[in-house]
Design a protein around this ligand. Structure first.
Ligand SMILES: [Zn+2]
Ligand SMILES: [Zn+2]
Length: 432
């Protein structure tokens, strides 16, 4: 193998490791528990295979390929996995192949058969499973048990591929609570994390804790007051000390927030998937009222509706995660100063106590710091319609794809100081 090929394979490992780690953090990695972060989830490099995602009592062994795989390559991988599975430390292992593409009809049929094996195994119907397992064994001469524990992920995650950055950006948005990030900002984050964090850990054979990665990515993105609130440190006259009780409380707040958020996300997906599908199939994506970017992609797997071109979010609701894991809406369309919103909310709740619709528990002001979060949709999320955005586009001067000032968008005018969002009619067309 030439030096260049080795380098590219290793760089592919870094980008696969980053994306798989973020999927694991978000509870979206097949075969990993949704709370893998809490279970001391971690990623290590080149221990037995290219990458391993581990947690207590579990491991996913990831084999990274940077070239197209044919049927014989796939079979060889499964034979290798079967040998790994025999060693006692891998008793509960799941396997994963990350490949940019498949070559030949044999490989594609194999992928389909693997898919079928998974769904039959998941269905739990023993007779079907036995039949399917025997078929697989006799056609491929490979243990169907290992195959049923193997995920074949076909997507181009080579570090320099454009698709890698797009996959990273959409995965990132679906996992981390940062709406105000453009694709450009996410791409630079991707470059930084693959070339520094992941590459360094790989070279030093260091294990990356998912919790650590999550904090390292999130901390710089959060406003200062939020960091103070979620920190487990106690301020003393001689500095800061870790408070174990606060650590426990914070972990609990965090998991409640995540559960409440997942509930809303489920409702949001349920409400929007048909619109999204219609956009893809025949309607064409709705466009951002601010920058005219097609925002359809942003509707899938984010914290609501955010333009991936300029970060514009038409709606924001601040919610509180109740002990029963449901979300209680506190305020719609708050001001943008986080601390001001927070203090207003606390005093309002003190003045006028609020309860959870689901379990009737009181919202406690002392819990609010760790329990509030934002979602970029109106409330209830089912009240969202694309018509709201279309009406808004029309009201600020769009006619189809044409803005009333030719060659401009509200965003370009805003940047020139020629448009006031508080008074959309008061734009100054003489400014060029
Ligand atoms: Zn936009
Ligand atoms: Zn409740």
């Amino acid at each position: 193998m030439k030096g260049g090929q080795v380098a590219s394979r290793i760089e592919t490992q870094d980008s696969v490791a980053l994306i798989v780690a973020i999927e694991a953090i978000g509870g979206r990695l097949a075969d990993a528990p949704y709370d893998v972060v809490e279970r001391v989830g971690r990623v290590s490099f080149e221990k037995v295979d290219d990458i391993e995602v581990r947690w207590d009592h579990g491991v996913i062994v990831v084999s990274v390929k940077d070239k197209s795989l044919g049927l014989s390559d796939l079979k060889a991988e499964l034979v290798r996995f079967a040998a790994l599975g025999m060693s006692s430390s891998y008793m509960y292992a799941a396997f994963r192949i990350e490949a940019p593409s498949l070559s030949g009809s044999g490989a594609r049929t194999f992928a389909d058969d693997l898919e079928r094996l998974h769904s039959v195994a998941a269905s739990g119907i023993i007779s079907e499973w036995i039949q399917c397992r025997n078929d697989f064994d006799s056609v491929y001469g490979i243990s169907a048990k290992v195959a049923a524990n193997t995920v074949l992920s076909v997507r181009d995650l080579r570090r320099d591929a454009a698709t890698t950055r797009a996959i990273f950006a959409s995965t990132f948005r679906s996992v981390f609570p940062v709406q105000n990030f453009s694709d450009v900002a996410l791409v630079s984050l991707f470059d930084e994390y693959t070339s520094s964090h992941m590459a360094k850990s790989r070279r030093r054979r260091r294990t990356v804790l998912l919790r650590e990665l999550q904090d390292a990515i999130l901390l710089p993105l959060l406003p200062v007051d939020f960091i103070a609130s979620s920190s487990s440190y106690l301020r003393t006259p001689i500095g800061y000390v870790l408070d174990p009780r606060r650590q426990v409380a914070n972990a609990r707040d965090y998991s409640l927030k995540r559960a409440a958020y997942k509930n809303i996300l489920r409702r949001w997906w349920k409400h929007t998937w048909k619109m999204t599908l219609a956009d893809f199939l025949y309607r064409g994506p709705i466009r951002c009222p601010m920058c005219n970017h097609a925002v359809v992609r942003a509707m899938i797997g984010t914290r609501g509706f955010v333009c991936s071109g300029c970060g514009y979010q038409p709606f924001l609701t601040v919610l509180y995660a109740c002990d029963c894991r449901s979300a209680v809406p506190l305020v719609r369309q708050p001001s943008t100063d986080g601390l001001a919103v927070f203090t207003e909310l606390v005093s309002e709740i003190r003045r006028e106590p609020r309860t959870c619709d689901n379990c009737n528990r009181r919202i406690l002001p002392e819990n609010m710091f760790g329990r509030i979060f934002g979602f970029s949709a109106p409330w209830p999320v089912e009240s969202f319609s694309q018509k709201m955005l279309i009406d808004f586009r029309i009201s600020i001067g769009w006619n189809g794809f044409q803005f009333r000032v030719p060659g401009e968008t509200p965003l370009t005018l805003l940047n020139k100081g020629a448009w006031d969002p508080a008074d959309p009619d008061a734009f100054n067309p003489s400014v060029q």
